[in-house]
Unconditional design. Structure first.
Length: 156
């Protein structure tokens, strides 16, 4: 597992999704994403309308405060009159800062219909600034989420 896919418990995990199929376009076809985790197969469902489209990137996020362990993404795609499914492990949520001995089957997107890439170090993250008060303290919502603004609309 690549170190960038190790998620600290409590973070909001953010990923970019891209289609690897010529007959599946995220902007045209219907789909939903299921984040599956835990020994009981708990699930977070993210519908197409819950994705953000940022500069031709389809981005989704999910909370991790109730997750520990492997995280599987299950993309359910509507292609024509049939449904197809792509499942793959995309990360691991940990409580310790340096997990060891974790092996994840099929972590690479090779041979999969879609590709997932964390956005923490991506160009998308650079387009936003965290809103802070006059003392430089980040402003958070009642759900403990940071409030961000697009840098391009900030007037200098």
């Amino acid at each position: 597992m690549d170190a960038k896919n190790i998620i600290q418990k409590g973070e909001r995990a953010k990923y970019i999704v891209q289609s690897n199929r010529a007959d599946f376009d995220l902007g045209v076809n219907d789909f939903r994403l299921e984040i599956i985790y835990g020994s009981r197969g708990q699930k977070i469902t993210i519908e197409k309308q819950d994705f953000q489209l940022l500069d031709d990137y389809w981005v989704f996020s999910f909370p991790t405060q109730n997750i520990v362990g492997k995280v599987m993404a299950r993309m359910v795609m509507q292609i024509g009159n049939r449904q197809e499914v792509d499942e793959q492990y995309i990360g691991i949520v940990v409580e310790t800062p340096c997990p060891q001995f974790f092996r994840c089957p099929k972590c690479e997107s090779i041979g999969h219909d879609v590709t997932y890439r964390r956005t923490e170090e991506s160009d998308i993250a650079e387009k936003y600034a965290v809103l802070c008060d006059c003392n430089g303290v980040p402003i958070v919502t009642v759900d403990d989420e940071y409030i961000c603004v697009l840098r391009e609309i900030i007037k200098k």
